[in-house]
Design a protein around this ligand. Structure first.
Ligand code: ADP
Ligand code: MG
Length: 694
């Protein structure tokens, strides 16, 4: 980089502090914003409430630490243009800024007579109008004229770090731009034409220094397309490779077990269930390993679908494993499976962290001989001594709660077993394509008949008594209620205390006439079991719980779900919790108590009042909280796009996916597109490396 004109060794060293080592780094160091100096405003024209840029001369600059609060340092700059003057302030919190040296250095950056751009929100203050904590940037030094500088054009704003100024990055980018003459576009022109994409060189010029906002938009669109396209290409190529291995068990879609099962099934499958089952059976008949994700709302009936797949494996002489994220859920599955498997005269066992050693040994032995065809369990399933004789199918429930590695380890228990993953937490389409772009996805988008809407209401903290009245009324009619408290992962102890305290309060002072149960993550498995059993048998009418109740607990007689501090949960998680009620014939209620007065939090919660559609809810959740939050903390894997946004750029993502599919269809090796292949390799190691493409 130090070869660039006017960028010597010292400047290169500074740029390195931003992670910029090569010309390519620099060219792809996209601005985080642009300031449109063409639309700058005169000081006289300022109106409160608008976000503006003014360009003016520094008349005076002052920097001091407030005597009242000696941790707050204020930089005051008096600016003047032809029309008037304005005093602006920037605030710096922290003791490091209180030093004399720091204050002096700051004043030196804005010497009298220098020309600066200030960008920010105009606010009314005691002393007249001001800009609230504006972006402040030196455009020129005393003696320069404003016209000679950036005025009248759109200027890039780069993410900076201390000691690396905006001037330096701009200068370096300007110096690097001519190198793009050697740059060949990695996308063939036919593809560019088809999707109306700006040529690469042009896009790079325009993303940094666009002549106008149309060009900026077109440049951004092209570069966003690239980010999505190469991710999809990598994912699809990987999927293609997996499909080329032809070593998986061939599992028959018809047979005795499946026939018998359809006879004992007490209900008719929904159309959606039948469609998804067909998709799965179709995969299982092929020697290429299935890798399918079934998304379906809470209660859409995913378990039966999984059982059909399992029976297909068993009737073809293979074993199957079903893994769930919690003991509660694993036990629920086990219970349901036992009832069906007894009728089919098939053995099934449960393996969790609390399975006794003798039982554990027996299970291990029976798996190795093949005597045991189906094992249900938690993470215990992937622990070492578990060896299957002929594992043909792996089913993972609530897959988003497992990491990539845990899923892989279960797969390694067999030779290329088919993999069926299930989730009741649908995620938005853009997110699904990004993190599951290499899976086949099936949707169960229909609920079994007769399900009622759950009446959902957001309540403020002081309306808690309304909630308690409703609970009392429902219990008087023989129903039951959940009270759920948030679990903040950082402080499990604190949560534990809050659950225990809440339980005490409800039992002793609010509902002394009822039995109140308690369920939380720190209880032993036997204690949990007991709490759930008592609630199921209506020995306790109210169950106070942390979010361990979120998945699996199935008590149709419960009709009220009261969630405390609902604003602390994601919408999808609230939707999951809500799914614990409305499982029987009676009308059910979900009450979301919020202690937050923020209107954002309120608005977010109201989404649940309006919708019962898991897909819609997750979409809204992503809009409010961003893609990473929607997935929760357990699953990483949203790549760090530089420009692309999963919220704003859905249209481009869909096109990029289409384009990538077409390319893979024509030639998955990419041999005929050398530049594209190289680009994929380059990006593969950076953006997509690690979590996504392991
Ligand atoms: P989830 O998709 O949340 O895992 P489950 O598989 O637990 O849902 O099913 C929820 C409930 O609906 C269960 O009690 C199940 O037996 C029942 N069920 C599943 N499919 C049907 C159907 N087609 N008709 C009626 N009830 C069904
Ligand atoms: Mg389920």
């Amino acid at each position: 980089m130090s070869d660039l004109p006017e960028i010597g060794i010292r400047k290169s060293a500074n740029l390195a502090r931003l992670g910029l080592y090569t010309v390519r780094d620099l060219l792809s160091y996209y601005p985080r914003d642009h300031i449109d100096y063409a639309r700058q405003v005169n000081i006289q024209e300022l109106t409160a409430g608008e976000t503006v840029t003014i360009v003016a001369t520094v008349k005076r600059c002052n920097c001091f630490t407030t005597p009242k609060n000696n941790k707050l340092t204020i930089l005051e700059v008096l600016l003047r243009d032809q029309t008037g003057q304005i005093k602006i302030s920037r605030f710096f919190a922290g003791t490091r800024y209180t030093s004399r040296a720091w204050q002096e250095s700051f004043k030196r950056r804005y010497p009298n007579g220098s020309i600066v751009a200030a960008c920010g929100l105009v606010k009314e203050s005691k002393y007249g109008l001001t800009l609230e904590d504006p972006e402040l940037e030196v455009l020129g030094h005393p003696g320069d004229t404003i016209e000679s500088l950036m005025i009248g054009r759109i200027v890039p704003v780069y993410p900076l770090t201390e000691g690396v100024g905006a001037d330096l990055v701009r200068q370096a980018v300007i110096a690097a731009l001519p190198s793009t003459v050697h740059l060949k576009d990695t996308l063939p022109s036919g593809l560019r034409d088809k999707y109306n994409l700006m040529e690469l060189k042009e896009a790079i010029h325009n993303i940094h220094f666009p002549p106008d906002s149309d060009n900026l938009q077109a440049a951004r669109r092209r570069l966003v397309f690239d980010e999505f396209f190469y991710l999809q290409l990598g994912l699809l190529q990987r999927q293609q490779k997996a499909k080329e291995t032809q070593t998986s068990a061939i599992l028959a879609p018809k047979g005795q077990l499946l026939e018998k099962f359809s006879e004992i099934l007490p209900f008719k499958l929904t159309n959606a269930q039948q469609r998804v089952i067909n998709e799965i059976l179709n995969d299982l008949e092929k020697p290429a390993p299935m890798n399918r994700l079934v998304q379906g709302d809470v209660g859409s009936g995913k378990t039966v679908v999984a059982v059909v797949a399992i029976l297909a494996a068993l009737q073809s002489g293979y074993q199957a494993a079903l893994m769930a994220p919690t003991e509660v859920l694993a036990e629920q599955h086990y219970r349901k499976l036992v009832s069906w498997f007894n009728l089919l005269h098939l053995p099934v066992e449960l393996l969790t962290g609390s399975t006794k050693l003798a039982k554990r040994r027996q299970i291990h032995a029976q798996l190795e001989t093949g005597e045991l065809p189906l094992l249900v369990g938690t993470h215990a399933l992937i622990q070492d001594p578990v060896n299957f004789q002929r594992l043909g199918l792996v089913v993972i429930d609530e897959q988003h709660r497992f990491g990539v590695e845990q899923r892989a380890r279960l797969q390694q228990k067999g030779e290329q077993p088919h993999v069926l993953t299930m989730t009741a937490t649908p995620i938005p389409r853009t997110l699904a394509l990004t993190i599951h772009g290499d899976l086949d996805v099936s949707q169960i988008d229909e609920l079994p008949p007769g399900r009622q809407k759950i009446q959902t209401t957001v309540l403020m903290g002081q309306q808690r008594s309304h909630a308690y009245e409703l609970i009392r009324r429902e219990i008087a009619q023989g129903r039951q209620a959940y009270v759920v408290l948030p679990l903040v992962e950082e402080s499990e102890k604190l949560d534990l205390r809050s659950a225990v305290e809440e339980h005490k309060k409800l039992q002793e002072s609010i509902f002394p006439e009822f039995q109140v149960g308690l369920l939380h993550g720190r209880m032993s498995s036997a204690e949990k079991d007991e709490a759930i059993t008592k609630f199921r048998d209506n020995e306790t009418q109210i169950l106070v719980s942390t979010t361990v109740v979120e998945v699996g607990v199935d008590v149709p007689n419960a009709t009220v779900m009261l969630i405390e501090n609902a604003e602390r949960f994601g919408l999808s998680q609230l939707h999951q919790l809500r799914g614990r009620v409305g499982r029987g014939a009676a009308k059910s209620y979900c009450l979301l108590l919020s202690s937050s007065k923020s209107s954002d939090a309120q608005q977010r919660l109201r989404v649940l009042e309006q919708s019962q559609d898991g897909f819609f809810i997750s979409e809204m959740d992503m809009r409010f909280r961003g893609p990473g939050q929607v997935l929760g903390t357990r699953q990483s894997g949203v790549p760090d796009f530089t420009l692309a946004s999963l919220v704003e750029d859905e249209e481009v993502l869909i096109l990029a996916r289409q384009a990538a599919e077409k390319v893979i269809e024509i030639d998955a090796t990419l041999e005929r597109w050398y530049l594209m292949k190289e680009e994929l390799k380059y990006r593969y190691e950076r953006l997509m490396g690690g979590a996504i493409l392991t």
